[in-house]
Design a binder for this molecule. Structure first.
Ligand code: ADP
Ligand code: MG
Length: 363
């Protein structure tokens, strides 16, 4: 096990900057997820950590030693990919022990380490089977087992769940979290799936166009996104955004949007707001659907017209037309409004976020 530090890690392919001056310090034992849309540089960053890509500039450090110029096999990393790439002619046991045999470990040690990993992953009674005789989820667990059995300093996973169907994805991600906790191994996990990132991680690092946007514990990133991109990318269904203006009024501020207004304490904003002299500070207001309820009893109220109800069981989502904008809110399934009915939505000042319209930074 080791801590992992990236210093100004940069990888270019020709003119294309895939990873742009990435700084990251991952303490020993942490589960960190690189989260971002397809093409933002997650796999490239991971491949640099693994030694499969040579960075254009910057440094990769395990504990106190730079590994930037070491070959993959000199780094003691284990990596699991989306396609599990098991050896088809080998049994589960042979697949899992392959790396250990290459390291010329004692036969008894190999047996013990494979048994321990197989127990942890629920593979103990599948050890003599070949990959063709396993389900997709079992194969991915073998791939995980083959990786962790080597006791790596750093465990790297690149979208390891994407090939599994929805139910199995949820089961296998629980396995991954359990195994990582039991081993306490420093892990970097790559995904474009924000829910997967939320569920698994100690901290999430959100990336966009090769650049880190924000690093923090899942609920911090969810509740206090640093900018519009992070706010829109994390959370499902996505956060509602409304064009609004803010105006100071004593120690309160008046927020106007779509022909309506609400009054909030100024501390609802992140810091001091510099209100413009003309009194019309233009912002983007953000509220999550799950923080906005029909028939709720929070302080702030917005009104609109229901036009679509989506029951998902525990709650229903309702699309609401407000002037020329549509937003999503929640309601108790039994209180779902009729289509076209006028509705009132209540929401909390502390769950209302404001973003600068030019810089997109949270205010
Ligand atoms: N070997 C390569 N040669 C050229 N461009 C590449 C190569 N690998 C990745 N890229 C480009 O770098 C960017 C980041 O890719 P990648 O790291 O695979 O993104 P992600 O894993 O987030 O989807 C993309 O624009 C991709 O097309
Ligand atoms: Mg990728």
């Amino acid at each position: 096990m080791a801590s992992l530090t990236l210093r100004r890690l940069t990888k270019k392919f020709g003119e294309m900057v895939a990873v742009d001056a990435m700084d990251l310090a991952i303490p020993n034992g942490e589960f960190l997820t690189l989260l971002g849309p397809s093409g933002c540089g997650k796999s490239t960053a991971l491949a640099c950590i693994a030694g499969l890509e040579r960075p254009t500039s910057g440094e990769i450090v395990f504990d106190d030693s730079a590994v930037t110029d070491l070959e993959p096999h000199q780094r003691n990393v284990a990596m699991v990919f989306q396609d599990y790439a098991l050896y088809p002619h080998m049994t589960v046991r042979e697949n899992m022990s392959f790396g250990l045999r290459q390291q010329r470990l004692q036969a008894a040690d190999i047996t013990n380490q494979v048994s321990a990993a197989a127990d942890m992953l629920g593979l103990a009674n599948l050890l003599e089977r070949r990959p063709a005789e396993l389900s997709g989820g079992q194969r991915q667990r073998v791939a995980l087992g083959r990786a962790v059995v080597r006791n790596p300093a750093v465990f790297l996973m690149d979208e390891p769940l994407s090939n599994l169907d929805a139910g199995l994805r949820i089961k296998t991600r629980t396995e991954i979290k359990k195994v990582q906790r039991e081993l306490g191994v420093t892990s970097v996990f790559v995904t474009h799936d924000q829910e997967e990132a939320m569920v698994l991680s100690d901290r999430i690092a959100v990336m966009r166009d090769g650049r880190l946007q924000q690093i923090g514990p899942p609920m911090d990133v969810y509740r206090q996104p640093d900018n519009l991109f992070v706010a829109a990318f994390v959370g499902s269904p996505a956060m509602n955004f409304l064009d609004a203006t803010l105006e100071a009024d004593g120690d309160q501020m008046i927020c106007r949007f779509a022909g309506q207004s609400v009054r909030l304490p100024q501390r609802a904003a992140r810091g001091e707001i510099t209100f413009r002299a003309d009194g019309r500070t233009r912002v983007v207001m953000g509220v999550r659907p799950n923080d906005m309820a029909i028939g709720g009893n929070d302080d702030l109220i917005m009104t609109g017209k229901a036009f679509l109800v989506e029951p998902i069981g525990p709650i229903s989502y309702v699309d609401i037309q407000i002037s020329d904008t549509v937003i999503k809110a929640t309601c108790e399934p039994d209180l779902a409004p009729a289509i076209d009915a006028a509705v009132s939505l209540s929401f909390k000042p502390e769950r209302t976020l404001f973003f600068d319209r030019e810089t997109e930074a949270r205010i």
